[in-house]
Design a protein around this ligand. Structure first.
Ligand SMILES: NC(=O)c1ccc[n+]([C@@H]2O[C@H](COP(=O)([O-])OP(=O)(O)OC[C@H]3O[C@@H](n4cnc5c(N)ncnc54)[C@H](O)[C@@H]3O)[C@@H](O)[C@H]2O)c1
Ligand SMILES: [Zn+2]
Length: 354
C-alpha cells in the first residue's frame, strides 16, 4: 500500500500519513526538526511493543525522554497529567520541546492535553496504535482528561502537527480492542456514510485490503468534518457524537474503564437509532441493520445499568443546552442530524427497550 497524505486545512495544517511501515518516516521527520527535545508519552504495554523501539531510533538524533502513563482510561486521570507536567519541568523541557504520543486514544487524549497546557502549549505529534485512535481519536485535536468519573470534562482543542496512522500496529491489537475500534467505524457508516455499510463484513479484520480502505475512508470523513467545524461551533462536528450521549454516561456510571469506549458507544448507537425510530426518523429495519453490524464484531447491545443514574449523568453532559440534552439522531441510515431534543418520557421508554 502506498502512503496517503491528508491535510486538515486548519490553522496548524495537520498532516496525516496513512499507510504501513511509517516508523522510518516519523523518525526522519523528527530527526530533521528543530525541536530542542522530545517527550514520548506512552503507556506500559505500548512502550514495550513500539515505544522503546522508536525511542532507540530517535535517541541518536534528538534528546528524547519517555513518560509512561497507566494503560487504558486511567491515563486520562487529571493527576497523571499533573505528574507528567511536573516531570517535564524537572527534565528541563523548554518551549521548543515537543511531545510524541504513542498509543491509543487514552494516551493521545492525555498527551495532547499535556502538550496544550505545558508552557502555554508546545507542538505534538501522534503515532496512534489502536484502530479506534487511527479512525477517530487521533484526528481533530480534541484533548481531554477526566474528573471524578466524568468523561472528558477538562480539555482543550489543540491540533497535533502530524499524525502517523501506521496500520502495522494493528497486528498486535487484542480482539476486544479491535472490536472497540469497529464501533467507531460503524458510527461513521451508520451516521455519515451508508455506502460504507456493505464493506463492514465479519472478515474485515483479516482482510488487509478491505481494512485499509475502511480506515482510509473513516479518516477522510473525520478530516472533512474537522476542516469545516474545527471547534464544534457550526453544528457539524457534533454529528461525530452519534451514540456518545448515552455512551459517555455508560462509561461513567459503570466506572471509567469497565466498558471500553467502543463498547459503551455500541449500546449508545443502538439506543440513538431506536430513539430516531420513535421520533419517526428511522425504521425498525434500520435498527436491525445497526444491531446486526454491532453484534458481528461482538459489541454489546444490552443495557444493565440503572436508568436513573444514566439519565442523571446524561443531564451533566457538557453539550447540553439550558439543562436539556441535545441528541444526535439519524434521519435514515448515513444521515446524522444534530441538536435534537427528545421528551423525557420517550427517553425513559426507549431505555426500557434496551
Ligand atoms: N479525542 C477524540 O476525538 C476522541 C475520539 C474518540 C475516542 N476518544 C477517547 O479515546 C479513548 C479510547 O481510546 P482507545 O480505545 O484507543 O484506548 P486506549 O488508549 O485505552 O487503548 C486500549 C488498550 O489497548 C492497548 N494497546 C494500544 N495499542 C496497542 C497495540 N497496537 N497492540 C496491543 N495493545 C495495544 C493499550 O495499552 C490499552 O490497554 C477514550 O478515552 C475516548 O474517550 C477520543
Ligand atoms: Zn468516540
Amino acid at each position: 500500500m502506498k502512503t496517503n497524505v491528508l491535510k486538515i486545512t486548519n490553522e496548524s495544517k495537520t498532516e496525516l500519513f496513512v499507510g504501513k511501515n511509517l516508523v522510518g518516516q516519523l523518525v526522519a521527520s523528527l530527526a530533521s526538526s528543530l525541536f530542542s527535545s522530545l517527550v514520548i508519552i506512552t503507556d506500559e504495554e505500548v512502550k514495550t511493543l513500539y515505544g522503546n523501539r522508536i525511542k532507540e531510533k530517535l535517541s541518536s538524533h534528538i534528546l528524547t525522554h519517555v513518560i509512561t502513563v497507566p494503560s487504558g482510561e486511567a491515563a486520562k486521570n487529571i493527576q497523571v497529567a499533573i505528574d507528567a507536567l511536573g516531570e517535564m519541568q524537572k527534565k528541563g523541557v523548554d518551549r521548543k520541546g515537543a511531545i510524541l504520543a504513542i498509543g491509543g486514544g487514552a494516551v493521545s487524549d492525555a498527551a495532547g492535553f499535556i502538550a496544550s497546557v505545558y508552557k502555554r502549549g508546545i507542538p505534538w505529534i501522534i503515532y496512534p496504535t489502536t484502530l479506534l485512535s487511527q479512525v477517530d481519536a487521533a484526528i481533530g485535536g480534541k484533548t481531554a482528561v477526566n474528573l471524578d468519573d466524568i468523561k472528558n470534562i477538562v480539555g482543550t482543542f489543540s491540533q497535533p502537527i502530524s499524525v502517523y496512522i501506521d496500520m502495522d500496529t494493528l497486528r498486535s491489537l487484542p480482539d476486544r480492542e479491535f472490536s472497540s475500534g469497529m464501533a467507531e467505524v460503524v458510527k461513521y457508516a451508520v451516521s455519515l456514510d451508508k455506502t460504507l455499510i456493505p464493506m463492514l463484513t465479519k472478515d474485515v479484520k483479516n482482510n488487509q485490503q478491505k481494512l485499509e480502505e475502511v480506515i482510509f475512508r473513516c479518516v477522510q470523513l473525520k478530516c472533512r468534518i474537522v476542516a469545516k467545524d474545527e471547534k464544534e461551533t457550526l453544528g457539524l462536528r457534533q454529528l461525530l457524537n452519534f451514540g456518545h450521549t448515552l455512551g459517555h454516561a455508560i462509561e461513567s456510571v459503570a466506572g471509567l474503564g469497565k466498558y471500553s469506549h467502543g463498547e459503551a458507544i455500541s449500546i449508545g448507537m443502538l439506543f440513538a437509532t431506536k430513539l430516531s425510530t420513535h421520533m419517526g426518523l428511522a425504521t425498525p429495519a434500520d435498527v436491525k441493520t445497526v444491531q446486526e453490524l454491532l453484534l458481528q464484531y461482538n459489541l454489546p447491545v444490552d443495557l444493565s445499568l440503572s436508568h436513573e443514574k444514566l439519565i442523571e449523568t446524561m443531564g451533566k453532559d457538557k453539550k447540553n443546552v439550558d439543562g436539556s440534552i441535545k441528541w444526535v439522531l439519524i434521519n435514515g441510515l448515513g444521515n446524522a442530524i444534530g441538536d435534537q431534543f427528545v421528551q423525557d418520557s420517550i427517553i425513559k421508554a426507549v431505555l426500557k427497550e434496551m
